[in-house]
Design a protein around this ligand. Structure first.
Ligand code: ZN
Length: 383
């Protein structure tokens, strides 16, 4: 009998590479090329399903018509007055030719993932792209233009589903939260470094949703320098309770890799081992509380030496492949030349991965306190 792992479908399109915000921009398309090349080198790459590009009108369930027109015109090289009002032409979201095409291919991939689950053609889906969780209805933000995750969630709710959204990216999933802030059929859970220290500065405990969506928007703003043990303790304190109460029809996971200790844009201290442990936990919880259905996307993750390894591990966990110890030498040499950085010898981090952290106990205690305060705030509504 086929188990749930064998039902995992992989989605990718070469058109994703058109989402290139220019040389030196952290959102580097090579991160995913490195994953595909590594899987090929190991002999584990199965042919991904290629999504169709979404058409601009397909984005209207999430984005405003004027905003879509501006993005498409700017992407064709047309000059737009006051483009900054739409969050474009900034350092984070510079205008680049073809960016809308890349964004629509990526949105098409995440949307296809939702459809495969709805049509029972897959139990688990890994979309090797997407995760543009900062994009708002009428504004680009934080490297994100079109909110593919919101589009996929909307497709599921249109099919009558209740959806849980877990945002593992180190930055708060503000765009997705805002779009579904009053939705009673979408629970969002974002675990991130506190907005006191990190973009976008939101994602506080008291952002709980409004109206029928009250107590369904959960935020866990962690202390900087939080290690994996505390991160996992926090998620374990919330996720099983939240999912067992909400009983979603599926979970959408934004599996950003920027909570890794080597990420240049943030300060959490997860190792690849922590990511593996948590990917396995999510799959177990999906099977227990979410009818076995999960759609994983990628997201942030700006360490070229870490993000490709983390997403390769995610692929292997989802496809039930034993994690190999070493990185293939030929892959390592090829990519060291291309990215100009030394890559490690092993797929997993080697201990000790970083220097001991001062205040470790205090950080864990404060994070634990977050869980208690969040549960205190929502538990009356959950009963
Ligand atoms: Zn991020």
């Amino acid at each position: 009998m086929a188990d749930s792992y064998s039902m995992c479908k992989i989605i990718y399109h070469p058109g994703y590479c058109k989402y290139d915000l220019g040389p030196g921009h952290p959102f580097d398309p090579r991160r995913v090329e490195m994953v595909l090349d590594l899987l090929k080198e190991y002999g584990y790459l199965k042919e991904p399903i290629k999504p169709d590009i979404v058409q601009p009108n397909d984005l209207l369930s999430i984005h405003d018509q004027t905003y879509i027109n501006v993005v498409e015109a700017a992407s064709r090289g047309e000059k737009i007055l006051n483009i900054e009002d739409y969050g474009l032409g900034t350092i984070d979201n510079p205008v680049s030719l073809g960016m809308a095409v890349g964004a629509r291919y990526q949105a098409g991939g995440t949307l296809l993932g939702a459809r495969l689950l709805i049509e029972k053609k897959a139990e688990k889906v890994l979309q090797l792209g997407g995760g543009f969780h900062h994009a708002r209805r009428r504004m680009a933000e934080g490297f994100c233009i079109y909110n593919d995750v919101a589009l996929a969630i909307k497709e599921m709710t249109n099919a009558g589903w209740h959806v849980a959204y877990l945002d593992m990216d180190v930055h708060h999933g503000d765009g997705v939260q805002e779009i579904f802030y009053d939705a009673e059929n979408v629970m969002t859970i974002s675990i991130h470094e506190s907005g006191e220290y990190l973009f976008p500065g939101t994602g506080w405990l008291n952002e709980l949703g409004k109206g029928m969506g009250r107590s369904l928007k959960l935020n866990l703003p962690l202390e900087p320098f939080t290690e994996g043990e505390s991160y996992i303790e926090v998620l374990d304190g919330i996720l099983p309770k939240a999912l067992s109460w909400f009983k979603p029809d599926a979970i959408v996971v934004q599996a950003g890799a920027d909570a890794h200790f080597s990420d240049p844009l943030a300060d959490l201290l997860l190792t690849t081992q922590d990511f593996e442990k948590y990917f396995r936990r999510i799959i177990r919880l999906t099977d227990e509380y979410c009818r076995g259905k999960a759609l994983f996307t990628l997201g942030g993750g700006y360490s070229l030496t870490a993000a490709p390894r983390i997403w390769t591990i995610l692929y292997m966990v989802l496809l039930n492949i034993d994690i190999p110890a070493e990185l293939p030498l030929s892959w390592k040499e090829r990519w060291e030349k291309k990215i100009g950085k030394q890559l490690p010898d092993f797929l997993h981090d080697v201990y000790p991965a970083f220097d001991p952290v001062q205040r470790k106990e205090e950080i864990s205690r404060n994070n634990r306190e977050l869980v208690h305060r969040l549960l205190d705030a929502v538990i009356a509504d959950w009963l």
